[in-house]
Design a protein around this ligand. Structure first.
Ligand code: WAQ
Ligand code: MG
Length: 266
């Protein structure tokens, strides 16, 4: 028996500034509790108080939901954010992305990629050969939504991550988001670090090499973060943007070898 699913999205801002956002794919019984937790999160956010919070619930049938597996997860420990960014750049170059494109895109993220040097609400889309930015609105970017763990997977993932001291909603949300982004063949790799001033870990993720956490990608107190989706040369972004925003994906319990400790051999 398949159940109806609901997309739940939250976005909070202060003036033009992005404060917080979240997106889940849930069954009816989970909606009220999850929406209330999202509201709490937006009201007590480390980026500061929100002035405007919107919650959006959309229902659609289970029939259209695609089921997929999470990317393998690994962690690279680095001493500081400079070393972390060097490693991130190296991992991206190993995917075949031109070094000058990586350098320019990384600098744009670090400077605040929205107009006026502020944080974008969503991700940059960058052509990996030309370096051109493809997102239609540079303040909004592309906001990935309609993805989640299925209920059985949530329990499995929590106990798996618990063993490494990583069982928190932030890791799960980022792992799920990166696993959705990596499903689309136009995407070569993703780079991300948080805009929360106290969260320093980020990642490089791809279908080829999995979800590779890097323990430090920015300095403590830095309020600028973001995401870059590096896409294949000459990608026309409309279809990809639609899929990232609209295609519902539920992830199932990861395979036993999903957690790899230490550096992964590329
Ligand atoms: N779609 C596209 N871009 C997004 C989305 C989304 N759904 N959500 C956030 N972003 C962009 C936006 O520009 C934010 O400013 C930026 O990403 C950072 O978002 O394994 O917490 O939610 O330890 O602050 C990664 C490491 C944590 C987790 C990332 O990002 C781990 C994080 P945040
Ligand atoms: Mg944040």
């Amino acid at each position: 028996m398949s159940k109806s699913l609901y997309s739940l999205r939250m976005h909070a801002n202060r003036g033009q500034e992005h404060v917080s956002g979240a997106e889940r794919l849930l069954e009816f019984e989970q909606l009220v509790e999850t929406a209330s937790a999202m509201l709490q999160r937006a009201l007590k956010h480390p980026r500061g108080a929100a002035e405007r919070i919107s919650l959006k619930v959309e229902s659609f049938g289970d029939a259209a939901v695609r089921r997929e597996a999470l990317l393998p997860l690994s962690t690279h420990a680095v001493d500081d954010w400079r070393q972390g960014r060097e490693l991130a750049a190296e991992l991206l170059v190993r995917h075949g992305i031109a070094r000058r494109v990586v350098t320019t895109a990384l600098a744009a993220l670090a400077a605040g990629a929205a107009p006026g040097g502020t944080v974008m609400r969503g991700a940059m889309l960058v052509d990996s050969a030309s370096g051109r930015r493809l997102e239609p609105d540079p303040a909004r970017g592309v906001r990935v939504s309609r993805m989640d763990l299925d209920l059985a997977a949530r329990h499995a993932v929590e106990s798996l991550l618990g063993g490494q001291g990583l069982n928190n909603p932030r890791v799960i949300e980022a792992w799920v988001l990166a696993s959705k982004v990596a499903l689309y063949p136009q995407v070569i790799a993703e780079l991300c670090w948080s805009d929360d001033p106290d969260y320093l870990t980020g990642y490089v993720a791809s279908a080829r090499h999995g979800y590779q956490r890097i323990t430090r990608l920015k300095a403590a107190g830095d309020r600028i973060g973001g995401r870059i989706f590096f896409v294949a040369a000459a990608t026309l972004p409309a279809e990809l943007i639609d899929a990232l925003q609209l295609e519902p994906i539920l992830f199932s319990a990861p395979r036993p070898n999903t957690l790899e400790q230490g550096l992964c051999a590329n």
